[in-house]
Design a protein around this ligand. Structure first.
Ligand SMILES: Cc1ncc(COP(=O)(O)O)c(C=O)c1O
Length: 432
């Protein structure tokens, strides 16, 4: 049934690997048996012992069209047979050129029009901050401060972490902190004094929904209001679509729901369909035009990584865009989103469930039980879900359901039933 020596693999993992955001003492404890994932097909994953699961959080919010998609596989193989990687510093390559064009074509002409490649969501955000900082410095402007929102999350590199509210992801009270002020909401934005406004370089926001905050939904119209505030104040708007991009919210980009075009947009995670690490920082021609000049004038962008414009990643991303078209992915999303909404309804009535939030094909189920540690409950529920054939991971007290967009109707029902049964297993109550 399975050729894997699971015990050997786990022993080696516990001896040599370091897993992020993980209590390594618990992970390495003899009684902990990590799942070793070895295969996938569509929305399903298989472990080294041959057990099958629904990928309930799209492999940490990355997978879009499913695992082992024939078209994306073929595109990567075709590119691999030519070459895997060459430098984008001083050279260029066909997939990176084609992808830049294809991404720009997703936006109205004359808006977002330049693509900067990096490696993941964090570096995409880092690049956005560095572009903004240099953009204002080139103009000898005093705008050096960033505004971000409390509980937001934009990644772990030092600049990105400075924008994040979640304590776990912060670099601590360190000297690394970038000049960022975290505000709770729109009202706080409106209250910033004129003197302070003149120093603001950019506002950074996750559109529609704050992911790592626990799938918290912004009141409708927030993004649009932030856009209008930026227009009035002259600050740039940086929209972080790392989680929401590529169909998650029901549209290609969450910003479309409020007809907002930012000055800078960051894409990551689903960009390659969840296959390879790649990010894009998109900017307007207006921003790009300020960098028109020589290195000695300080006009060359002072940011870039070795794997920038990686050909395999770009080939995967191009193939993922093809799949959006060939499989009418966005058109098929509406019914799935409705189904998720309807089938989550009974979960709201479970005694341990405080709130169920949904945005497109993303759901957060917040638990709360008197005298119990809700985060521990959520973790236990996610562990219990494994025995019901679902893999997911909580954010503190919130269980996340965010399957690949290709999930079938049957699988979606199974995933929601798995969560429901697991909550009942762990917290009591009855299956409605
Ligand atoms: C909204 C948002 N921005 C940025 C990031 C960072 O992306 P990465 O983990 O690929 O660095 C994440 C990751 O969860 C995210 O949700």
């Amino acid at each position: 049934m399975s050729d894997w020596n699971t015990d050997e693999l786990i022993t080696a993992d516990k001896r040599f690997a370091w897993h992020p955001f993980t209590n390594m003492r618990e992970w390495c404890a003899p009684e902990h048996e990590p799942l070793v994932l070895v295969e996938g097909k569509g929305a399903l994953l298989r472990d080294s012992k041959g057990r099958e699961y629904i990928d309930g959080n799209s492999s940490i919010w990355t997978n879009i069209h499913g695992h082992n998609h024939p078209h994306i596989n073929a595109a990567i193989r075709e590119q691999l047979d030519r070459i895997a990687h060459t430098s984008f510093l001083g050279f260029t390559n066909p997939p990176a050129i084609k992808l830049a064009r294809a991404i720009i074509d997703l936006f109205p002409e004359g808006t977002l029009s330049r693509v900067l490649y990096s490696d993941d969501g964090s570096t995409g955000i880092e690049a956005a901050l560095r572009i903004t900082d240099q953009y204002w410095r080139i103009q000898s402007s005093r705008r050096q401060e960033f505004i971000a929102f409390q509980n937001g999350y934009h990644g772990d590199t030092a600049g990105a972490a400075s924008l994040g509210g979640a304590a776990m992801f912060q670099v601590g009270h360190s000297r690394w902190k970038f000049p960022a002020t975290l505000i709770p909401d729109l009202k706080a934005l409106e209250r910033i004094s004129a003197m302070e406004v003149a120093k603001i370089a950019a506002v950074v926001i996750e559109p529609l929904i704050q992911g790592a905050a626990g799938m918290k939904l912004w009141p409708s119209g927030t993004l649009r209001a932030v856009r209008e505030w930026c227009d009035r104040s002259g600050a740039l708007l940086i929209v972080d679509e790392v989680m929401t991009g590529f169909g998650r919210t029901g549209r290609m980009f969450a910003s479309e729901h409020e007809e907002v075009l930012p000055d800078i947009m960051v894409l990551g995670k689903g960009l390659t369909g969840g296959y390879l690490p790649l990010a894009i920082t998109l900017v307007t021609e207006q921003i790009f035009s300020r960098f028109d000049g020589s290195v000695s004038e300080g006009k060359a962008l002072a940011y870039g990584h070795s794997y920038t414009g990686n050909a395999l990643g770009c080939a995967a991303a191009l193939a993922s865009l093809d799949v959006f078209k060939s499989e009418n992915v966005l058109e098929h999303l509406g019914p799935k989103i409705h189904q998720m909404n309807a089938e989550l309804e009974p979960i709201k009535n479970l005694p341990a469930v405080r709130e169920v939030r949904q945005c497109g094909l993303i759901a957060g189920i917040e638990l709360s039980a008197p005298d119990k540690d809700s985060s521990k409950l959520a973790l236990d529920v996610c562990m219990a879900a494994r025995s019901h054939g679902l893999l997911t991971r909580p954010i503190r007290d919130v269980i996340v359901l965010m399957p690949p967009l290709c999930i079938t109707s049957q699988q979606l029902t199974a995933a929601i039933e798995a969560i429901q049964s697991s909550i009942v297993d762990v917290c009591g109550g009855q299956n409605p």
